[in-house]
Design a protein around this ligand. Structure first.
Ligand SMILES: Cc1cc2nc3c(=O)[nH]c(=O)nc-3n(C[C@H](O)[C@H](O)[C@H](O)COP(=O)(O)OP(=O)(O)OC[C@H]3O[C@@H](n4cnc5c(N)ncnc54)[C@H](O)[C@@H]3O)c2cc1C
Length: 342
């Protein structure tokens, strides 16, 4: 265990965010334990600086230098902590990569996360926006988490209801935003395992391959291949995945939009509301492939904004606002960004 804090000054965060946006951090400390956080809080200088919590930087738009102490979360470790009749409970350090965790679980015969394979970023950030893909969300596999309060330095354990999970949202994007560092997450993997195949691309894989009863490893492979074909690899083209949330509207609003735009892609939700495909709306407004400065709309998927090389955060925000205005003008819907704009 460390006794003193190693502080890096003036670090450029460009390599630490998947959009590849330039941003200099006043100071940066790598956090490998709860005790590291308390050391930062007790430090006479760092303790007074504003704090910014950084995971893998895959859901961020950095628009300015950070006059803050960046806490780069690097808490490690995977372990199976409990085997119940109805679930396995796996505890993971917040700094572990999410995708490596999906793989670790499969390697240890602990299926259940495979639909969320290849989502970039860290395990600690997964509850922040309740990550999800292909019919499964973090909240469906969540047991509890440990966090440290950035004012008091006290540790707390939160259960699912206390996290207020919602569509790409949680208490960590609301009143606990930036105030509480998640250090460990416990995942609940239901037993017996059930495949989650109710998603168009997965149904297509079943039909193409004739594999009607795929195991978790097979679903993992399918998800990886679907995602690789659809989304730009941040190592090649800077991006932060889906840039806007899919808007949820009432049945009446949906009918109104369909009456004007019969093609609009929409999905019924269990509560009677409808989710509209933001990517379809952006494409319908003619944005696919367009750019403002070096920030652009991905050619293969209009929901993804990309860095065409050398973009800065201001260009990304200008492009995002222009798209929001177009979509509002045509559909009367205000798109909400998914990444955190800093
Ligand atoms: C190509 C691509 C595809 C993507 N696909 C999906 C997808 O399918 N589904 C999906 O839901 N998301 C997707 N995303 C978004 C992103 O991967 C997730 O939001 C991910 O959870 C972000 O993790 P991170 O560690 O990079 O967080 P960061 O970007 O570092 O941080 C995001 C926010 O969480 C906060 N935060 C980070 N770590 C902690 C912590 N330990 N404690 C408290 N707060 C913290 C940060 O302060 C910030 O506000 C995609 C992104 C990319 C680039």
């Amino acid at each position: 265990m460390r006794t003193s804090i190693a502080v890096e000054h003036g670090t450029n965060l460009k390599p630490f965010n998947t959009f590849g946006l330039p941003c200099v951090a006043q100071s940066l400390v790598r956090i490998t334990s709860d005790a590291d956080i308390r050391r930062v809080l007790d430090d006479p200088k760092l303790g007074r600086e504003p704090k910014f919590i950084l995971g893998g930087g895959s859901n961020l738009v950095l628009t300015q230098d950070l006059q803050a102490c960046v806490l780069k979360i690097e808490v490690k470790g995977h372990r199976l902590v409990e085997t119940r009749d109805d679930a396995w409970i796996v505890e993971v350090g917040a700094g572990e990569s999410w995708h490596d965790t999906v793989q670790w679980c499969l390697d240890h015969d602990l299926p259940g996360l495979e639909n969320m394979a290849l989502i970039p970023g860290t395990v600690g950030a997964a509850p922040v926006q309740n990550i999800g893909a292909y019919g499964v969300e973090l909240k469906d596999r969540f047991e509890s988490l440990d966090a440290v309060d950035l004012i008091t330095g006290r540790g707390v354990t939160l259960t699912g209801p206390q996290c207020h999970f919602d569509y790409r949202d949680s208490v960590f994007k609301q009143h606990l935003a930036g105030k509480s560092v998640i250090t460990r997450v416990r995942l609940r993997l239901p037993r017996p395992w059930q495949p989650m195949l109710g998603y168009l691309e997965l149904e297509r894989k079943v039909a193409e391959t004739g594999i009607t009863a795929p195991d978790a490893r097979q679903i993992f492979e399918w998800i990886c291949s679907v995602r690789r074909a659809k989304l730009p690899d941040p190592a090649v083209i800077g991006n932060s995945g889906s840039f806007f949330k899919n808007p949820v509207v009432t049945a009446e609003q949906c009918r109104d939009i369909i009456s004007r735009d019969p093609e609009v892609v929409h999905y019924p939700m269990p509560d009677g509301s409808f989710k509209l495909a933001a990517g379809w709306m952006i494409d319908a407004c003619g944005w696919k492939g367009k750019s403002i400065g070096q920030a652009g709309v991905y050619e293969k998927q209009a929901l993804v904004l990309v860095n065409r090389g050398g973009a800065n955060g201001a260009e990304v925000v200008t492009l995002a606002r222009a798209i929001q205005e177009s979509v509002y003008g045509r559909f009367g819907i205000r798109l909400e960004p998914e990444p955190v704009v800093v």
